[in-house]
Design a protein around this ligand. Sequence first.
Ligand code: 5GP
Length: 188
Amino acid sequence: MENQRTLYNDLESILYTKEQLKEAVQQLGERITRDYKGRKPVMVCILKGASLFFSDLIREIDLPLTIDFMVVSSYGASTVSSGEVRLIKDLDRSILGKDVIVVEDIVDTGMTLNYLKKLLISRGASSLRIAALLDKPARRTVPLSVDYTCFEIPDAFVVGYGLDYDEVYRNLPEVGILSPSVYQAKTE
Ligand code: 5GP
């Protein structure tokens, strides 16, 4: 029955389990700790999608880092990018002369991070790198290199571990492919 469906029933498949995510995030944290030894990076979380990844990742980094948050426009109730990037919440503090690591949930067309990268460099960050949990390189429409990523994934719409569809599924502890029937039903 409709009202007895759990989040898992809407998934076509699970791509990464809790354990796989934990291990990948741990390894990435260790890598960033090594790469930024002796520095104090500013970790910038792109809300809301990166929130779970971000909070796990920063706890795996053994450095005197600081954190800040940005909100940019998302897809809303759609699985296709509108191509427009809108800044909804800006950083609280200046990044002038700072080593910045932007933490994003997923890189798809690359438009969001391309925009953010230019913006943050123009504000005088002394270095800027991107850490994304997931990368969909096949979907890239603008050239963008991702410095740190946990997994490269195929061209499918995924949810869970912070990633949503129409604001739902963020609390799934796994990352899974959303059944197309969920969003097809909405657009019909
Ligand atoms: P881009 O600007 O690279 O096209 O898109 C980046 C943003 O689109 C991500 O931060 C994320 O919010 C959203 N996005 C792209 N692909 C997916 C996906 O497969 N699932 C979800 N939930 N969001 C996605």
